[in-house]
Design a protein around this ligand. Structure first.
Ligand code: BGC
Length: 503
C-alpha cells in the first residue's frame, strides 16, 4: 500500500522537560480510565443502591438470575452511561475551546470539571447531586479526551509520535486497573465505600490541574493563534535544538491554509475531508465493537458466569487489567517501528480466534441455566480473555486514539477529532446500555457477534487504512491521503473548493 513514508527531516533531541509534559498530559487518560473502571463497581455496591436506588436494590434481591441473565436494570445502566452522553456533546464544545483558547486551557478545564464531578458525586446526598456530578465527570472526560491526544501528537517528534501518543492509552489502562483494585477494597467498607471510590477520582484530576500550570502549549496551537515568536521558542524548547526552522516553517504554512477556513465543521463535510473523517469515526466504532468494554465493564459478571465466586471473579478482572497495561507497553515499543497497520491487522486474527473459542466453549458447556464450567475450562476462558485483551491493548485500543489525532490537517484537526471522541462515547454508551440484555438473549452467541465485527474491521484495516508511521503531522495530506490508492480520489481540488466551502 502506498503511503509516502519519507524519512522525517526535522531535528529533535530528547528533553527532560518534554517527557514531564507528556506524563502530566497523560493523566487525562488516567481520569478517563478510572471512570471506566469505577462505574460498574459503584452501582453494584449495596450501600449505594440502598441510599439512592432502594427500589432497584429490592428488585435486585428478588431477581431471578441465571448463567447468562444477570440482574439487569436499564435505569441504573442509564445513570452510569449518562457520563458518555455528556462527554459526547462536550467534545464538540471542547473542539472549539481547543482552537480558540488552546490545548493547555482545555486540559485545565477538563481537570476542573472532573474535580467538581468527584466532589458532587462523592459527597452526594440525593439523586440530583449524583446525576449532576456524573454529567460534570462526563464533560471533563469530553474535554480531556479531545485535548490530551491532540496535545501529545502535536508535541511529539514525528518519529516517536506513536509512542508518545500511546501514553494516553497507557494511562487509561492504569486508571482502569487502579479503579478495579480500589473498588475491591472499597466495597468492603460499609456504608461509605462507594464514596471513597468516587472521591479518589479527583486524584488524577488534581495532578492534571497542577500540571497544567507547568506544561507548555503546543507550538501548533500557538502558531495557529498568531503567536509565532512564542511558538518558535516553544518548538526549540521541546525539540531540544536551536535549528527548528524547517519544522517551524511547515507549521506556519499549515496554519496559513488553516486560517482560510472559517468554518471547520462545514469544511469537514467536503469531499477532501472525508478520508480522515471516515477513518477517525470507523476506527472508534470498530474499537468499541471489538467488544472490549463488554469485558471491561462486566468482567466480574462474566467470570461469575463461567463459574468463579465473587472474590475470584474480581481477582480475575484485576489480572485482565494488568494484562491490559503491560500489553499497551508493547504497543509503545512497536508502533513507530512496525507501523500502525501491522498491529491492527495482527490483533484482528488474535481477537477473532480467542472470541470464537470462548464462544465455542460457553456454547458447548453452559447450555442450561444450572450448568457451570469445570475448573479447568473456567481457567481456560480467563486465559483466552487475557490473550484477547492483549491483542486489543496493542492495537485497536491505542490506535483508535492515535490515528484520528494525527491524520487531520490543522484546519479541521480539532473539529475532526471531536467526531472521533464522540463516536467513541456513543458506541461505549450503546455497548454499556445493551450488553447485559444482549448477553441474556444471545447467550454465548454474543462472542460470535463480536468476532463477526472483528472480521469486518480486519478487512477495513487491510484495504483502506493508510500507514502514518513517521509522517510529520502537518504533511499528512501530501504524503498520505494524496498518495493512497483509494483516498486520493477524494482529494480533488483540495486547494480551491475545499477551502471555499469552509469559509
Ligand atoms: C477505549 C475504552 C476501553 C479501554 C480499555 C480505550 O481505548 O476507548 O473504551 O475501555 O481502551 O483499555
Amino acid at each position: 500500500m502506498e503511503t509516502g513514508n519519507l524519512p522525517p527531516a526535522f531535528k529533535s533531541k530528547f528533553t527532560f522537560y518534554m517527557a514531564v509534559c507528556w506524563i502530566i498530559a497523560a493523566f487525562g487518560g488516567l481520569m478517563f480510565g478510572y471512570d471506566i473502571g469505577i462505574s460498574g463497581g459503584v452501582t453494584a455496591m449495596d450501600d449505594f443502591l440502598i441510599g439512592f436506588f432502594p427500589e432497584v436494590y429490592e428488585r435486585k434481591r428478588h431477581a431471578q438470575e441465571n448463567n447468562y441473565c444477570k440482574y439487569d436494570n436499564q435505569l441504573l445502566q442509564l445513570f452510569t452511561s449518562s457520563l458518555y452522553l455528556a462527554a459526547l456533546l462536550a467534545s464538540f464544545i471542547a473542539s472549539k475551546v481547543c482552537t480558540v483558547a488552546g490545548r493547555k486551557w482545555t486540559i485545565r478545564w477538563a481537570s476542573l470539571l472532573f474535580i467538581a464531578g468527584a466532589v458532587l458525586t462523592a459527597g452526594g446526598v440525593n439523586k440530583i447531586m449524583l446525576i449532576f456530578g456524573r454529567i460534570l465527570f462526563g464533560i471533563g472526560v469530553g474535554f480531556g479526551n479531545e485535548a490530551v491526544p491532540l496535545f501529545l501528537s502535536e508535541v511529539a517528534p514525528p518519529k516517536h509520535r506513536g509512542a508518545v501518543n500511546i501514553l494516553f492509552q497507557l494511562f487509561v489502562t492504569i486508571g482502569i486497573l487502579i479503579a478495579n483494585i480500589v473498588n475491591y477494597f472499597a466495597s468492603k467498607k460499609h456504608p461509605w465505600g462507594w464514596r471513597l471510590s468516587l472521591a479518589i477520582a479527583a486524584a488524577p484530576a488534581i495532578v492534571l490541574l497542577l500540571g497544567s500550570f507547568y506544561i507548555t502549549e503546543t507550538p501548533t496551537s500557538l502558531i495557529e493563534r498568531g503567536k509565532h515568536e512564542k511558538g518558535k521558542a516553544v518548538l526549540k524548547k521541546i525539540r531540544g535544538v536551536n535549528d527548528v526552522d524547517d519544522e517551524f516553517d511547515q507549521i506556519v504554512r499549515a496554519s496559513e491554509i488553516a486560517h482560510q477556513v472559517k468554518h471547520p465543521f462545514k469544511k469537514l463535510m467536503n469531499l477532501s475531508s472525508m478520508p480522515p473523517l471516515i477513518i477517525a469515526i470507523l476506527l472508534q466504532v470498530f474499537q468499541q465493537f471489538t467488544g472490549i468494554n463488554a469485558i471491561m465493564f462486566y468482567a466480574p459478571v462474566l467470570f461469575q458466569t463461567v463459574g468463579f465466586g465473587n472474590d475470584a471473579a474480581l481477582l480475575s478482572s484485576v489480572i485482565t487489567g494488568l494484562v491490559n497495561v503491560i500489553s499497551t507497553l508493547v504497543s509503545i515499543l512497536l508502533v513507530d517501528k512496525v507501523g500502525r497497520r501491522v498491529l491492527l491487522i495482527e490483533a484482528c486474527f488474535q481477537m477473532f480466534i480467542t472470541q470464537s473459542i470462548i464462544g465455542g466453549i460457553l456454547h458447548a458447556h453452559l447450555k442450561s441455566y444450572s450448568d457451570t464450567l469445570g475448573h479447568g475450562q473456567a481457567i481456560l476462558v480467563v486465559l483466552l480473555v487475557c490473550v484477547y485483551v492483549m491483542g486489543f491493548a496493542w492495537s485497536w485500543g491505542p490506535l483508535g486514539w492515535l490515528i484520528p489525532s494525527e491524520t487531520f490537517p490543522m484546519e479541521t484537526r480539532t473539529a475532526g477529532f471531536a467526531f472521533a471522541v464522540s463516536s467513541n462515547m456513543l458506541c461505549t454508551f450503546l455497548i454499556a446500555q445493551a450488553f447485559l440484555s444482549m448477553l441474556c438473549h444471545m447467550r454465548a452467541m454474543i462472542f460470535f457477534f463480536f468476532a463477526g465485527w472483528i472480521v469486518v474491521m480486519g478487512l477495513f484495516a487491510f484495504f483502506l487504512l493508510p500507514e502514518t508511521k513517521n509522517v510529520p503531522i502537518d504533511l499528512m495530506v501530501e504524503r498520505v491521503w494524496k498518495q493512497h490508492r483509494v483516498w486520493k480520489k477524494f482529494m480533488v481540488d483540495d486547494n480551491q473548493s475545499g477551502i471555499e466551502a469552509g469559509r
